[in-house]
Design a protein around this ligand. Structure first.
Ligand code: UDP
Length: 328
């Protein structure tokens, strides 16, 4: 299949792009490089462009003769979305509107959308199945939920097969050690803990110790990036022009912030300095997937089942790439 990957130079987009290529698909990346890195694309083709540029997107889809789109391009920082919602609404909702229009013009009628467990927000039931009520807790999560609805409405009115993947916390690095998680500025827990272990930060701030969880810190479901990529491959291959599907993508296991720090300590063999800090606005207490639908319907089977194994891949990459992908 010929697949255009928006946000293909980002952490998750690039992992999926490479996975598609490794499994015989013809995939290219489309990325504005504001948050993505050319090195993450490896030897795949990269078109530098913004999803807001409908004409460029349409031309790219036409020139490439695309059959499907995987849509990752988005602003993703929860904290930033609270401080600067305008950027998130413009980029995520406005950008997706532009993409959907470009797809209509180019006659591309299959898509996979990178949505998030954060759309469940404060939902009381953990683990979460796909039919759980969505109650997004941050502007970022609200933009993702709005885009889910936009895609459903476009599919209904104009004809579009789609799969929505709501994923939990993407983590780890490729098994061969070549690609890993690098954001600048970094806001994600695992890279921050590993940077602290490398002496690049003085300590880890633990955001909140009064959540209604066993140790008072937030619980998340940390899924290895390669298992996330394999879910995308299965999902896009199963998406026809008639598909209207949604899957949670997570391990089904939750770890608290303190448990993640302890896992990093076990993997690296030394202690991580930490300090308590106030809750980070927009963070729900616990997000854990019930991935049974993905397993039974698409036959997905994760390769990484222990958090230490996932963190070990991240640690190898951080040790060998202390400056990440370097300056852009
Ligand atoms: N977190 C933390 N300290 C940090 C970064 C993150 O305590 O320096 C917490 C954050 O509040 C959340 C969890 O770690 O509960 C995972 O955050 P991350 O940003 O990695 O992913 P998110 O769940 O926001 O997508």
């Amino acid at each position: 299949m010929k697949i255009l990957v928006t946000g293909g130079a980002g952490y998750v987009g690039s992992a999926c792009l490479r996975h598609l290529k490794q499994h015989g698909h013809d995939a290219i990346a489309y990325d504005n490089l504001i948050e993505g890195h050319p090195s993450a694309v490896g030897d795949c083709e990269l078109i530098i462009g913004d999803i807001a540029d409908t004409d460029k997107l349409t031309k790219t889809l036409n020139d490439f003769d695309a059959e499907a789109v995987m849509h990752f391009a988005a602003a993703t920082y929860v904290g930033e979305s609270v401080e600067n919602p305008e950027y998130h609404y413009r980029n995520n909702i406005g950008g997706t509107l532009s993409l959907l229009n470009a797809m209509r013009k180019a006659g591309v009628d299959r898509m996979l959308f990178s949505s998030t467990c954060a759309t469940y927000g404060n939902s009381p039931k953990v683990p979460m199945s796909e039919d759980q009520p969505q109650d997004p807790y941050s502007p970022y999560a609200r933009t993702k939920l709005a885009v889910e609805w936009m895609i459903r409405d476009f599919a209904h009115a104009y004809g579009l097969g789609f799969t929505l993947l709501r994923y939990f916390n993407a983590s780890g690095a490729s098994r061969d050690g070549a690609f890993g998680e690098y954001h600048n500025p970094e806001t994600h827990l695992i890279p921050i803990v590993l940077q602290t272990l490398l002496g690049q930060r003085e300590s880890v701030k633990v955001f909140g110790n009064d959540y209604p969880t066993a140790d008072g810190t937030c619980i998340r479901d940390y899924i290895h990036i390669e298992d996330l990529a394999s879910a995308h491959l299965l999902a896009i291959e199963a998406t026809t022009r008639q598909t209207a599907e949604v899957f949670n993508v997570g391990t089904g296991q939750g770890q608290s912030v303190l448990e993640i720090i302890e896992s990093c300590e076990r993997v690296a063999g030394r202690e991580v300095p930490r300090q308590w800090a106030p809750r980070r606005p927009g963070d729900p207490p616990a997000l854990v997937a019930d991935p049974s639908k993905l397993k039974t319907r698409l036959g997905w089977a994760p390769r990484y089942t222990s958090i230490d194994e996932t963190i070990a891949t991240a640690w190898r990459w951080h040790e060998s790439h202390p400056e990440g992908y370097g300056p852009r």
